[in-house]
Design a protein around this ligand. Structure first.
Ligand code: FES
Length: 113
């Protein structure tokens, strides 16, 4: 189990949007996108789209998926699996926990789903 990092307040990320946490904070190879689904839940995926180099935090989050802002690949928020081309490689997921108003990120730890 990794040590969690308090990365944002839940009010910092409107539903349907994301926020990129820089790798200098997460200690991971890629930045990590915190994504706020339209059902109110929060998820985390590696920020760089596996197709090219778009930031998934700048994409559209809806109904359990995030859509890349460049070529519209879709990724499952829970599993990182591709659910819409052109990407063919899934995104790495990380565990997120909401404690009160704070969002905690556990880089490198798989979400419990
Ligand atoms: S960069 Fe994301 S789909 Fe092309």
């Amino acid at each position: 189990m990794t040590e969690g990092i308090k990365v944002a307040k839940n009010s910092d990320i409107p539903e349907g949007e994301g926020l990129a946490i820089p790798r200098s904070i997460t200690g991971t190879d890629d930045d990590i996108a915190i994504l706020h689904d339209t059902d109110g839940t929060f998820w985390a995926l590696n920020d760089t789209c596996t197709h090219q180099v778009a930031s998934l935090a700048e994409g559209w989050v809806e109904d359990g998926t995030v859509e890349c802002p460049i070529h519209a690949s879709r990724f499952c928020l829970k599993s990182g699996r591709v659910s819409g081309l052109p990407a063919t490689r899934g995104a790495v997921c990380h565990r997120v926990e909401v404690r009160g108003e704070d969002i905690w990120l556990f880089p490198g730890e798989s979400p419990a789903v």
